[in-house]
Ligand binder design. Sequence first.
Ligand code: NAD
Ligand code: GLY
Length: 360
Amino acid sequence: MSMRTLTVGLGSRSYPIHIGPGLLGQADLFAPHLQSGRAVVVTNTTVGPLYADAVERALDACGTRHFRIEIPDGEAEKRWETLDRVFGSLLRAQADRRTVIVALGGGVVGDLAGFAAATYQRGVPFIQVPTTLLAQVDSSVGGKTGVNHPLGKNMIGAFHQPLAVIADTATLDTLPDRELAAGLAEVIKYGAIRDLAFFDWLETNVGRLRARDPDALAKAISRSCEIKAEIVALDEREAGPRALLNLGHTFGHAIETLEGYGTWLHGEAVAAGMVMAARLSARLGRAPEADASRLEALLRRAGLPVEPPELEVDAWLDAMGRDKKNESGRITLILLDRLGAAAVEKNAPARALEDFLAGR
Ligand code: NAD
Ligand code: GLY
């Protein structure tokens, strides 16, 4: 299988997404972005021992001096205190403004290291090297970086685009099944919001994906990145259509926050949240109930939870009331019009939402 390269088209800040097996060690992919001759690999205690040596060998081959920062593993580490420790390590090593941060890991490492890159010495360059399915199809692309706050998911952050995304699909061989399924939630999201033919393909191929068939995974990653790159190029800072990428996330982020970060994986919370969004869309007369059922069935077959946890309506509304898409105190939702087409709804009837959350 060969490498595929897509582009996120953002004018002078455009960048490549390289997708394929065995890319971690390919110095020629890193070299164009390492002119300063200095880099830091930010990773975690699980991914570092597996893959940092390969990346560091590629950096050596580029003649780049480098050091490594390993943070503890887990969604609960995506927080201010961990970020502050990364700043301390950068300062102790005298990292300067041209030092390139290489984020090696899943979405937690990518978001936190990306935010460090956005803010350290007012901004340094960075490269995303995603090693989970979720990070390869979603979080490494598009420049959203940040950390969680105890009161809300991803509440502190910045837009900061990487210089390149290098997605080595061979790293998925070591990913636990539960994490692979969490990544499939975001893959299914792209079909649901934008591409019915891709959704159909996922219905046919979900078994191959769960069995890690390399061709099926390559197709799912490429199509997901194509859709994400297209939307990000249209609306980098989420003034409009980028919000569609948040299908299920208003509910999902509330689940993650209320249940405690890491209890539900992000992809799991998004899966249950997408079913909620689809069922609410049907109740509001926007989407056919049959489409909500199809989405639920596919997510179930992907090994994902499709029922939310039991939470008080006030807790839901309080958490959802802090969502970043909200305006003028009103909760913005992403709803389905049909499978393959979603819409931003800024005026969902509050009473209908409350009734829905209360199970009425
Ligand atoms: P994660 O980063 O926690 O990684 C999941 C687990 O897999 C971790 O234990 C990690 O150490 C391990 N791991 C990573 N790569 C591995 C490999 N190749 N082999 C074995 N183990 C490996 O979780 P995630 O699902 O990658 O990312 C979730 C995060 O991404 C959430 O914080 C979410 O908010 C964020 N996110 C951000 C965006 C964005 O646009 N920035 C989009 C979607 C999600
Ligand atoms: N994952 C949502 C976004 O990147 O906009």
